[in-house]
Design a binder for this molecule. Structure first.
Ligand SMILES: [Zn+2]
Length: 115
């Protein structure tokens, strides 16, 4: 399976000299499941690190039965300063290939433009 151009499931949101932001769509079609991926080449000239950030919006059910989970989240954040959540999204096989290729090509491109 070869990467596509334009690519199914992934699109460039914004570009800068040292970073590119992508929108990654969930194959189920819900905008609530999409994520934003930010790839940035950082570090010293001789040691090039790649920082990949994912911006995700998570949701909890809005039912009475979800209140214990919501209260647990409040407790975790208030007294432990953290709360663990999960986010799942669907990718077609083609979408997964496109995502992997986007990461690989972005790193190569940013390494050239940030020398
Ligand atoms: Zn979805």
């Amino acid at each position: 399976m070869k990467p596509q151009t334009p690519a199914q499931g992934i699109s460039i949101d914004q570009e800068w000299n040292d970073a590119i932001a992508y929108n990654i769509e969930c194959d189920c079609g819900s905008d609530d499941h999409s994520i934003k991926m930010w790839i940035e080449v950082t570090g010293e000239a001789d040691i090039r690190d790649v920082e990949v950030s994912f911006y995700v919006q998570t949701h909890t059910e809005n039912t009475w039965s979800s209140w214990p989970n919501r209260l647990r989240a409040i407790w975790d954040i208030l007294f432990h300063g953290m709360h663990k959540q999960e986010h799942h999204m669907l990718l077609t096989r083609q979408g997964a290939v496109n995502l992997a290729t986007a990461i690989t090509q972005t790193v190569k491109r940013l390494e050239k433009t940030t020398k």
